[in-house]
Design a protein around this ligand. Structure first.
Ligand code: CTP
Length: 403
């Protein structure tokens, strides 16, 4: 039997794209059953959704005939995946707080299936601290957020908040069905974020890494079924759902945590590890007129990627590093692959104009023994998914234990 999606259509103008979304899912062999909120039905008629999905459309929690035919609990579990598109600020807030006042929100609270949301709202509503905090909470719960995209909006403003295009949403859903479980039985280790190297009790050396790319990779590998450990320096990213996270501050602590996570089949070093640390950490706060404060003596930190790549019989089967460069991205990236002894390097341009450090998008080149593959600019989540796909292709079918 093909895969089935329960599509929850909430009340935003982007609901008019739902017929197209249903068509695109069907073209990928994915069947859709719809729940439409009262607001959603103002923008798209349940009749058109029923015609396209070839199924009854559910709209009212308190319809006795519907409850008799299929209860809302059963409905919430009748599909392989629940997709909320468009997801308004209102339904995201209700999901965050477990409010279940209608059929859509009740189904979302009752489901035991994976959930994806495609937010759509005005740019100010998307950027509002309340919405951003809700999104963080939902992500931490394992809900996959698709988009939103940037562009002109129905309200006349321009910015982040447009619902992702139906083709992109359908691709994400299709990828999910094709890839979940491809790394089952594999163990993955990912490093992410900056390291903080103390100078004295209040000061430290750090860098601008946000941890977005490394965290996205850990999340994608876990979604593919790998047992994933994320060793993270200090970041503002929520712990990805389904991932064992070890929080560290310094490069030395990051190395120790990585070694404790071995053996692993896959290691992805995405952390921006500080190359140096202070030779001596002052036990008390250095004072402005303290002679020792004007000269900092640095010593080199251990190279975690090179250590993992050279770990002999404890070496993960596939070791992947990043090369953050501002010039000569390909040649420096390729040299780093040789110097560190890793299998693949994901080279990216982090010069200020690209907005990569801290931003949501990345433009990367995958450098391996087979050559270089340059990927178009895409979201860090999309880079993570594509990398996970490459890893799964490379490792092949998981070894299965016969019972
Ligand atoms: N890396 C690491 N440990 C370090 C330094 C870097 O594991 N002490 C890893 C990073 O996680 C990344 C790769 O090495 O996967 C390259 O990091 P990058 O900062 O680009 O290179 P560096 O080795 O620091 O070289 P340089 O700063 O001279 O470009």
């Amino acid at each position: 039997m093909g895969n089935r999606v329960l599509l929850i259509v909430s009340g935003g103008i982007a609901a008019v794209k739902c017929p197209d979304l249903i068509r695109r899912l069907a073209a990928r062999g994915i069947a859709t059953r719809c729940i439409v909120t009262r607001g959603g039905a103002e923008f798209v008629t349940p009749l058109s959704l029923a015609a396209l999905s070839g199924d009854k459309v559910y709209t009212d929690l308190f319809s006795l005939t519907d409850e008799a035919a299929m209860g809302h609990i059963e409905l919430s579990r009748s599909a392989d995946l629940v997709l909320v598109a468009p997801a308004t600020a209102d339904i995201l807030a209700k999901m965050t707080h477990g409010i279940a006042g209608d059929l859509a929100t009740t189904a979302l609270l009752a489901t035991d299936k994976p959930v994806m949301v495609a937010p759509a709202m005005n740019v100010r509503m998307w950027e509002h601290a309340a919405t951003q905090s809700n999104i963080r909470a939902l992500k931490a719960r394992g809900i996959h957020v698709i988009g939103p995209a940037e562009g002109d909006m129905a309200c006349g403003e321009t910015g982040m908040g447009r619902m992702s295009e139906p083709a992109d949403i359908a691709d994400t859903v299709e990828n999910y069905f094709q890839n979940s479980g491809r790394l089952l039985g594999r163990r993955a280790l990912v490093t992410s974020g900056p390291t903080f190297e103390p100078i004295d009790p209040v000061r430290y050396i750090a860098n601008r890494s946000s941890g977005k790319q490394g965290h996205a990779i850990a999340e994608a590998l876990a979604r593919f079924g790998a047992t994933t450990t994320l060793v993270s320096g200090p970041t503002r990213q929520p712990d990805p759902a389904g991932v064992h996270v070890i929080h560290v501050e310094t490069a030395a602590a990051m190395l120790a945590a990585c070694e404790s996570a071995l053996p692993a089949d896959i290691a992805v070093c995405a952390a921006a590890v500080s190359d140096w640390r202070a030779a001596d950490i002052a036990p008390g706060k250095l004072k402005k007129n303290d002679a020792a404060a004007t000269t900092l003596t640095l010593v080199e930190n251990p190279d975690i990627l090179a250590t993992l790549a050279g770990a002999g019989n404890r070496r993960p089967g596939l070791v992947i590093g990043f090369a953050a460069e501002t010039d000569n991205v390909l040649s420096y990236g390729s040299a780093k692959r040789d110097a560190k002894g890793c299998d693949w390097i994901v080279a990216n341009d982090v010069s200020a104009a690209t907005g990569t450090f801290g931003g949501d998008d990345n433009t990367v080149h995958l450098i391996s023994a087979d050559g270089t593959d340059s990927w178009p600019k895409m979201s860090k989540m999309a880079v993570a998914e594509r990398l996970a796909m490459r890893i799964a292709d490379h490792l092949g079918a998981p070894e299965r234990t016969l019972q």
